[in-house]
Ligand binder design. Structure first.
Ligand code: PEP
Ligand code: MN
Length: 314
């Protein structure tokens, strides 16, 4: 019964959007003349910065927000110990994948709903909002019940049905840049979410595929000032996937803050060597703590602050 109502509401939203698309040209010319910047994400349409509010944590203002946690939720102990530690070090939002997009079908695929329940539990204990990935339209409704923000990963940046579903869902969306996506394609993907009714979108540069093989991806930090110029949406950086190498995460995180990122998302694990997913690029608890101290100095040097939060033990 309830589900039918939802479907009807969604169909009405989609009909309205289709009508609007037919009646108006949603694109205008970008700052470089040649590219088409879609209208809803464009700074020309809305010159002021959009602030995305993730259950009280605001991203896109002068204060820099740090999202930290494991690549994947692996167990209660792993998640809870990591979450408590990153919170004490000053992180604002907890990350952790319950549904993992793995290159190999034989790799750990995530804990699914059990992982979401653990995220929900530690979210209540620590007071930290939670972000977790959705890979499928059929997961959006369920994930949105547990998470404060839904993540659309690099591999799904051009999954149009998923972007539409995220637009209809009323949770903030962390939209990662596709590893093969141009800035124009990326902004058009964000436009999908906005045009379906959800303006709470955060962009995330997470590295693109180039000819270079010494890093997992090439972290395109030039995307940060470009995006900040073209769009009013907040822009954060993921130096973990952007480099794929633990020792490179701190220098690139600092560089991201220096070039104007509104936040960072980083993988942290209580025992990186034993991680089931992305351990080689995960910071240890001590490394994360020490990086947070350095980031405060870099932020100050560029006229910003890392968002203040209580660092007292829970
Ligand atoms: C992740 O955040 O764990 C992830 C899979 O990221 P990406 O989509 O950027 O590869
Ligand atoms: Mn990962």
């Amino acid at each position: 019964m309830i589900r039918n109502t939802n479907v009807e509401v969604k169909q009405e939203v989609i009909n309205n959007i289709n009508r609007e698309m037919m009646e108006t040209n949603p694109c205008n010319k970008g700052v470089n003349g040649g590219s088409s910047i879609p209208s809803r994400v464009s700074r020309k349409t809305k010159p002021t910065d959009t602030i995305v509010n993730i259950n009280g944590v605001k991203v896109g203002g002068s204060e820099i927000v740090v999202i930290a946690g494991p690549c994947a939720v692996e167990s209660r102990e792993q998640l809870f110990e990591t979450a408590r530690s990153v919170r004490t070090a000053g992180a604002h939002i907890l990350r952790g994948g319950a549904f993992k997009p793995r290159s190999s079908p034989y790799s750990f695929q995530g804990m699914g709903e059990e992982g979401l329940k653990l995220l929900y539990e530690i979210r209540k204990e620590t007071g930290m909002p939670v972000v977790t990935e959705v890979m499928d339209t059929r997961q959006v409704e369920m994930v949105a019940q547990y998470a404060d923000m839904i993540q659309i990963g690099s591999r799904n940046m051009q999954n149009y049905p998923l972007l539409k579903e995220a637009g209809i869902c009323r949770k903030p969306v962390l939209l990662k840049r596709g590893m093969m996506a141009t800035i124009d394609e990326y902004l058009m993907a964000a436009e999908y979410v906005l045009s379906h009714g959800n303006e709470q979108v955060i962009l995330c540069e997470r590295g693109i595929r180039t000819f270079e093989t010494s890093t997992r991806n090439t972290l395109d930090l030039s995307a940060v000032p470009v995006l900040k110029r073209l769009t009013h949406l907040p822009v954060i950086v993921d130096p973990s996937h952007g480099t794929g190498v633990r020792w490179m995460v701190p220098p690139m995180a600092k560089a991201a803050v220096a070039v104007g990122a509104d936040g960072l998302i980083m993988e942290v694990h209580y025992n990186p060597e034993a991680a089931l997913c992305d351990g080689y690029q995960s910071l240890s608890l001590d490394e994360f703590d020490s990086l947070m101290c350095d980031l405060r100095k870099i932020a100050q040097a560029v006229g910003r602050e890392i968002l203040a939060r209580k660092t007292t033990a829970i």
